[in-house]
Design a protein around this ligand. Structure first.
Ligand SMILES: [Zn+2]
Length: 394
């Protein structure tokens, strides 16, 4: 560490000092004493030889060198900021030429910035994403950092507060809630300026991941207005954290909801968690599309309630054993977006039961407040939910 990262920097700083004092003699005796193989020592010695004790010529050679792309203060001595030396934060420059201005893939870095970047892990917080249980250990362990539009001291405090929350259900959400409580007036603006960065990697296999999450205005509004009455009520911790993660990464929630719904049907579990997940997704989409949020809430609830009514009917008519196969069947058609087969199954169900077909099914297909998948998920969630276990708060 000292030899590779600190000593070269000390040499650069010394050389800089001698140059500022116009003291070429001391510079040359200092360099003579340096027997190391450091790239900068070799370069300085070379400039000294070429300059023939002329300060201006020495400076000329030095300035002809590439300067650091990050700080532009110190020269860079053949060191490039790329994946092979700076795994995780650096990229494979040659293979990412479209990231670079004019496709010039060189990204020179100085000894000072090299040391600063080496210290990056000191400012991050370790985060074990326990719900990714099937992944290798290093893929579950993330290192995270939160950046805000603020001063260094506050930034440090904010990262310390994230550290305290890291073992909770969903540290990002709690962090966001904290920010909201501190600055209610400008909360949406503050939220929009938060940037979460997460990375992990395995040095041996040279594999790494880097993710960043920026909170869009509609996600900020969702968290501020609805997170408590939707996602906050989900009892399954894994599902809750996974959803928040996907929301922050702006990913589609349908896939997660369908996978979890299948699990819930299989385990005969209460569907209320699925209902709240579906409601979160529908409200997020509604905010994004500037729709009527109350209408959406009402429809998702009605679809859920309709499913519950059907469950009650089937139980009363001694058809309880049919519920899970029916739920599976509806799930399989909804998952692939097959509205026709889904509606065929629903229609037959209502005709056989001699119950009136609920309006929600008709509305769902002719109005644009709610999409087919949301309706289907919520209905199936109701179908697998025991009435006595539900706590639906309107
Ligand atoms: Zn630099």
């Amino acid at each position: 560490m000292f030899k590779d990262f600190i000593k070269p920097l000390i040499i650069d700083i010394k050389v800089e000092e001698y140059l500022q004092n116009n003291d070429l003699n001391s510079l040359s005796s200092f360099l003579e004493k340096e027997q190391g193989k450091e790239e900068n020592v070799k370069a300085y010695k070379n400039y000294l030889k070429k300059s023939k004790k002329d300060m201006n010529k020495f400076n000329e050679s030095l300035c002809a060198n590439s300067y650091c792309s990050i700080c532009n203060i110190y020269p860079s001595f053949k060191e490039d900021f790329n994946e092979s030396r700076f795994l995780i934060l650096g990229v494979s420059n040659e293979n990412a030429s479209n990231f670079f201005w004019n496709f010039i893939t060189k990204y020179p870095i100085c000894n000072l910035c090299k040391l600063v970047i080496l210290c990056a892990p000191a400012g991050v917080v370790k985060f074990d994403k326990f719900y990714m249980e099937k992944e290798e250990w290093w893929k579950r362990n993330f290192y995270t950092f939160v950046n805000l539009d603020t001063n260094l001291e506050d930034l440090f405090k904010k990262n310390e507060s994230l550290k305290k929350k890291i073992s909770s259900d969903n540290p990002y959400k709690e962090f966001i809630v904290d920010i909201l409580e501190q600055a209610r007036e400008e909360s949406i603006w503050t939220l929009q300026n938060i940037l979460f960065v997460e990375f992990n990697g395995q040095y041996q296999s040279k594999k790494s991941n880097l993710k960043y999450m920026h909170i869009s205005k509609f996600i900020a509004k969702y968290f501020k207005t609805y997170s408590r009455e939707t996602i906050g009520r989900i009892k399954n911790r894994k599902l809750k954290v996974e959803l928040i993660d996907k929301i922050l990464q702006n990913e589609d929630l349908n896939r997660v909801i369908f996978i979890r719904l299948k699990e819930y049907i299989k385990n005969n579990a209460n569907g209320a968690d699925i209902y709240y997940s579906t409601l979160s997704k529908a409200l997020l989409n509604c905010i994004k599309m500037k729709g009527d949020e109350n209408k959406v809430k009402d429809k998702v609830y009605r679809a859920f309630f309709t499913g519950k009514e059907m469950r009650e009917y089937l139980k009363k008519n001694k058809s309880e054993n049919k519920i899970s196969s029916l739920a599976y069947r509806l799930l399989n058609t909804a998952k692939v977006g097959n509205k026709k087969d889904f509606m065929d199954t629903v229609l037959r169900l209502y005709i056989n039961s001699e119950m009136e077909m609920p309006r929600i099914f008709l509305e769902a297909f002719y109005e644009d407040n709610i999409d087919f998948e949301t309706l289907a998920q919520s209905f199936i969630a109701g179908l697998i939910t025991e009435t006595k276990e539900v706590e639906v708060h309107e």
